[in-house]
Design a binder for this molecule. Structure first.
Ligand SMILES: [Ca+2]
Length: 192
C-alpha cells in the first residue's frame, strides 16, 4: 500500500500495463518518469495531450485528432487522463494488438458515445485524420482519397449502409478487417 517511492510507477500499474500492452518494464518506467515531470499532478489535461500530439506530427495539424483520441480514452469525461489511460492511449494508437485497436477505433469514431457510428461521425473523424496528413502527402493522394469527404464516402461504403443508417461495433470491425483500404483510411496513413 503506497510503498512505491515517489517517482516510481506502482507495481500494480506496471503489471497491468505489461499485460495490456507489449511495452517492457523499462519502457513503462522511463515514460512514467517523464510523465511525472510533465504532469506532477499525475493527470494529463487535454491541452497537454494536444501538445504531445503536436510533437508527434510536427508537419501537420494534429490538434483535432488529439481531441478525439483524448475523448475516446477519457471514459469518465472528467477532462483528464491518468498515467495508465495515457499509456494505453499511446499504445493503442501506435502498436496495439489489432483486435483491441479496432475496438478502440470504434470508440474514436463514436463521437457521441452512443454505441453506434453514423456517417456524420465518420466525416468528423476523417476531417481530423486528414489534417494530420502533411500537405505534400495530401497532394499525392489518389483522386478518390484526396479530401476528407471522399475518404469518408469511401470508408462508409465498406460498411454497406445507407447514409442515414448507423454501424454497430461488430459491423465496424468486420468492415475494416475485410478491407485493407478501410484499415488504412482509419489509421491516418496515406496511400503507398
Ligand atoms: Ca455515435
Amino acid at each position: 500500500m503506497g510503498n512505491a517511492k515517489s517517482g516510481m510507477v506502482s507495481r500494480e500499474v506496471l503489471n497491468d500495463l505489461k499485460v495490456s500492452t507489449k511495452f517492457s518494464e523499462a519502457e513503462i518506467s522511463q515514460w512514467y518518469e517523464n510523465f511525472q515531470k510533465q504532469c506532477p499532478t499525475g493527470r494529463i489535461t487535454l491541452t497537454q495531450f494536444e501538445e504531445i500530439y503536436s510533437r508527434f506530427f510536427p508537419n501537420s495539424d494534429a490538434k483535432t485528432y488529439a481531441q478525439h483520441v483524448f475523448r475516446s480514452f477519457d471514459t469518465n469525461d472528467d477532462g483528464t487522463l491518468d498515467f495508465k489511460e495515457y499509456i494505453v492511449a499511446l499504445h493503442m494508437t501506435s502498436s496495439g494488438k489489432m483486435s483491441l485497436k479496432l475496438e478502440w477505433a470504434f470508440s474514436l469514431f463514436d463521437v457521441d458515445k452512443n454505441g453506434y457510428i453514423t456517417k456524420n461521425e465518420v466525416c468528423e473523424i476523417c476531417q481530423a485524420i486528414f489534417k494530420i496528413i502533411p500537405k505534400e502527402k495530401q497532394e499525392k493522394l489518389p483522386s478518390d482519397e484526396n479530401t476528407p469527404e471522399k475518404r469518408a464516402d469511401k470508408l462508409w461504403s465498406y460498411f454497406g449502409k445507407g447514409d442515414n443508417e448507423r454501424v454497430a461495433e461488430g459491423e465496424f470491425i468486420k468492415g475494416v478487417m475485410d478491407n485493407d483500404d478501410a484499415l488504412r483510411l482509419i489509421q491516418c496513413e496515406p496511400a503507398k
